[in-house]
Ligand binder design. Structure first.
Ligand code: AHR
Length: 489
């Protein structure tokens, strides 16, 4: 077993790690909302006001900070008035994810209530592609204006909610370069300015407006947005990047059936996230050296071929230890770029793409990705500190180890580590400018194909990790294919 040094310097404090980095995304797509989050009050599945109890609890445990909704591509065909009022008379529309009929039984009230139950902030992605400025202006009024004699306040009251909600995160369009309208960046910026102008701040509500940013490496999109919008009230710029194992969107690869080479090509694809953030960040730095505009990676994660015998447009895939490693690599990258990355939302919350939770009838499983998020939650709102690990190549140019470290208000150091190698374990010696008195840890590990399924939901779970502390240092053994959290005092 090889010994490597992990050096920390808690005196070298860097940026704050916003809790928002640990956020999620839910879309009216496949079984994410219906079945996954909402089953209706009359369902046999245990529910709170129609929301799956197990899913509410799972997200509460994760301390989910923000949930994005209603899309995705669906956002740009969503007309919010279809989804308010008496459920039995809500408009039925076609959802172009699968051309199925959407009955709008989950709308604004349901989304805001779900967020209340989970304890997370809502992030609404507004329709720029097929909506109108007036529609969005009224949606903001409906949600946030306390005055129930205003037209939208009155409608809200009539629909059962007198008090306005608070809404912080508002996305103006989704993938406007693609499914959101196939716009040029120049045209989008003008649209953004027009839509954003009419998103008023009512009743003390403060909006954090997020412009639609680039697709992966479209650096020109970022350049144009930063040039045209920055001085004009943009709080965030989004970026979308998905990990595709084969790099080929026609044959992306299976979520469960992959060999070592495909495992490492998945990690190579995911590691591009670091380069993308660095390069978009460099462009943003030229226009915004004070870092007032946050990069919001509001769609990321693994995108595989759908599970055989499932609807291809429902994007249902399974989740193995490989996904936990991918999640850990990305979360460490976001932590290290937390001076620019304000928020990140993995796609998606339930039953779609790299989900943290999967459901089937009465049953729910927490995926390996869920457990990776659990191991990282100790970083929320901490300050990133200097850390360096001696590293080596695992295979195909993929480094074996990934790490980040932060310090909390009580002076505890939180370290997250991933051992991406499939065949090497490492002894990690932790030291540096710190006097370690005690240490504890938790670990998620298993064969890379290991997963939780509906018959064995606890196949891959977190266990405690033995971390030794003596002479001001700590040491730990990291098995192959593992994700760990270490807390030092
Ligand atoms: O997450 C699935 C889809 O991926 C979203 O609807 C869209 O924004 C992206 O292309």
């Amino acid at each position: 077993m090889k010994t490597v040094k992990l050096t920390l310097n808690p005196l070298d404090k860097k940026s704050k790690i916003n809790k928002e980095i640990y956020s999620n995304f839910s879309e009216h797509l496949g079984r994410c909302i219906y079945d996954g989050i909402y089953v209706g009050e009359n369902s046999d599945i245990p529910n709170i006001e129609g929301f799956r109890k197990d899913v509410v609890e799972a997200f509460k445990e994760l301390k989910l900070p923000v949930l994005r909704w209603p899309g995705g591509c669906f956002a740009d065909e969503y007309h919010w008035k279809d989804g308010v009022g008496d459920r039995s008379s809500r408009a039925k529309v076609v959802n172009n994810w699968g051309h199925i009929v959407e009955d709008n039984s989950f709308g604004t009230h349901e989304f805001m209530r779900f967020c209340e139950l989970v304890g997370c902030e809502p992030y609404i992605s507004a329709n720029v592609g097929s909506g109108t400025v007036r529609e969005l202006m009224e949606w903001v009024e409906y949600i946030t204006f306390d005055n129930v004699s205003s037209p939208m306040g009155e409608l809200r009251k009539k629909n059962g909610r007198e008090r306005a909600w608070k809404l912080k995160y508002l996305g103006i369009g989704n993938e406007s370069w693609g499914c959101g309208g196939n716009m040029t960046p120049e045209y989008y910026c003008d649209q953004y300015k027009q839509y954003a102008t009419f998103c008023r701040e009512y009743s003390g509500n403060k909006l954090f407006k997020i412009a639609c940013g680039p697709n992966a490496d479209d650096y020109n999109w970022t350049e144009v947005c930063m040039k045209k919008i920055t001085p004009w009230n943009m709080n965030g710029l989004s970026m979308h990047y998905y990990t595709v194992p084969t790099g080929n969107w026609d044959h992306k690869g299976s979520s469960t059936d992959f060999d070592d080479a495909e495992y490492y090509s998945t990690l190579k694809s995911t590691l591009r996230m670091d380069e993308l953030i660095t390069r978009h960040g460099e462009i943003m730095n030229r226009y915004d050296p004070e870092h007032r505009v946050g990069l919001v990676v509001d769609e990321w994660g693994c995108w595989y071929d759908v599970e055989p015998d499932t609807d291809p447009s429902f994007l249902y895939q399974l989740n193995t230890m490989r996904d936990a490693i991918v999640a850990a690599i990305n979360l460490n990258i976001f932590n290290k770029h937390s001076d620019r990355v304000y928020m990140a939302n993995i796609a998606q919350a339930v039953n779609v793409l790299q989900s943290v939770v999967l459901t089937e009838g009465m049953k729910t499983i927490k995926t390996p990705t869920y457990h990776a998020f659990d191991l990282f939650k100790g970083h929320m709102e901490n300050t990133l500190i200097y850390s360096h690990i001696e590293n080596e190549e695992a295979s195909e140019g993929v480094p074996a180890l990934s790490q980040s470290a932060s310090i909390n208000g009580a002076g505890e150091i939180v370290i997250t580590l991933a051992n991406c190698s499939l065949d090497r374990e490492y002894s990690v010696e932790i030291g540096g400018a710190c006097d370690i008195r005690s240490a504890k840890g938790r670990i998620l590990t298993g064969e890379v194909h290991a997963m939780n399924d509906f018959d064995s939901p606890e196949n891959v779970v977190i266990s405690s990790l033995d971390v030794k502390a003596s002479d001001g240092k700590a040491s730990v053994i990291l098995p192959a294919c593992s994700v760990a959290e270490i807390i030092l005092k």
